[in-house]
Design a protein around this ligand. Structure first.
Ligand code: DON
Length: 312
């Protein structure tokens, strides 16, 4: 089923309809994340996809209005919010190279002196949230306010059940945080940081919300209200890090297939940016072994193939 919010510039709607039909005919489609019990119950075959135009027009197919767990997609927004505040100093605390390792891996941290490879693996995201927490006193609250404002959806919120589920199964993130603290790369008390990080990941939002919230990256740093969050150059930098690191050890394959900056989360969502043109968000909870939505990557692959839009 297709629902539209406005009648202007629905350029890509026929493409989305075609993709949704193709996805319906695709068997399999991966497994929902089970390391967070609250996510495991999701039907892996659910599907929604939305496009947001630069002017805030948003439309979609399938369950594009259905909230899901944003998870690691939020790492893009905390990165942008922190970068806007502290600028290049951030890069002394977190790198910007692909890790080639799973998102929750510990192995590189020891021989790279507690400096995570990039802001999108868990270790790097913890550093970013820690720095945002130091600057704002409420990193997750700052993030939520930003998402509400960019999406125009004041009802966006944390999902307490998901946050509690992650806290109860958070040993690996706690290990990452403690290990980086031993190198002096974490400022806040670890329980405070983990609470902020788990609430950040738990935010429930729809494809429409997240496509709209990503708009500033297609508008070269300009927020929905016309104010500037990032310089043009910083927006380029965030897009570049998404392209090279946004889908973890599958970033090369994602660039090869989709050819857009993108960021996935284990809730099954993926956001993608066509700089200067539009943003996308797709959701389908069935994941591949590297934690990326199977139908989500396939749908974005079809989108760039059918439209010819990519950064390449
Ligand atoms: O840190 C975690 O385990 C999750 N809250 C976020 C993981 C995530 O979404 C990684 N993604 N693909």
């Amino acid at each position: 089923m297709v629902i539209m919010t406005t009648t202007s510039s629905l350029t890509f709607l026929p493409v989305l309809e075609r993709i949704a039909e193709e996805m319906e005919r695709t068997p399999g489609r991966g497994r929902a994340a089970d390391y967070i019990p609250a996510l495991a119950a999701c039907d892996p075959r659910r599907f929604g996809m939305a496009v947001a135009e630069l002017d805030g027009t948003v439309y979609g197919v399938g369950e594009w209005r259905e909230p899901f767990s944003a998870q690691s997609i939020t790492k893009v927004f905390t990165l942008a919010l922190d970068l806007a505040r502290e600028g290049d100093e951030l890069w002394e605390h977190v790198g910007r190279e692909p890790s080639g390792n799973p998102f929750n891996s510990l192995v590189q941290l020891e021989y790279e002196n507690g400096i995570p490879r990039n802001p999108f693996i868990n270790a790097g995201a913890l550093v970013v949230t820690d720095r945002l927490q130091t600057r704002t006193g409420d990193a997750a609250g700052e993030l939520l306010a930003f998402l509400r404002s960019e999406s125009g959806n004041a009802s966006l919120d944390f999902d307490k059940e998901v946050a509690a589920s992650e806290t109860a199964h958070g040993d690996r993130n706690a290990a990452l945080a403690h290990f980086m603290a031993s190198y002096g790369n974490i400022d806040n008390d670890i329980p405070v940081l983990l609470d902020q990080y788990f609430r950040q990941c738990s935010i429930a939002a729809s494809c429409a919300d997240l496509a709209l919230a990503t708009g500033f990256l297609a508008r070269h740093g300009i927020r929905a209200d016309g104010s500037r969050l990032l310089t043009r150059s910083q927006a380029k930098q965030v897009n570049a890090v998404m392209l090279t690191c946004g889908t973890y050890d599958a970033a090369g394959d994602f660039a090869y297939r989709v050819g857009l900056p993108g960021k996935s989360g284990v809730g099954g969502g993926i956001i993608a940016v066509v700089p200067g043109r539009c943003t996308l968000c797709v959701w389908s909870p069935g994941l591949d072994e590297r934690g990326n939505s199977v139908a989500g990557v396939a749908a974005l692959d079809r989108f760039t193939t059918l439209t010819g839009l990519s950064v390449f």
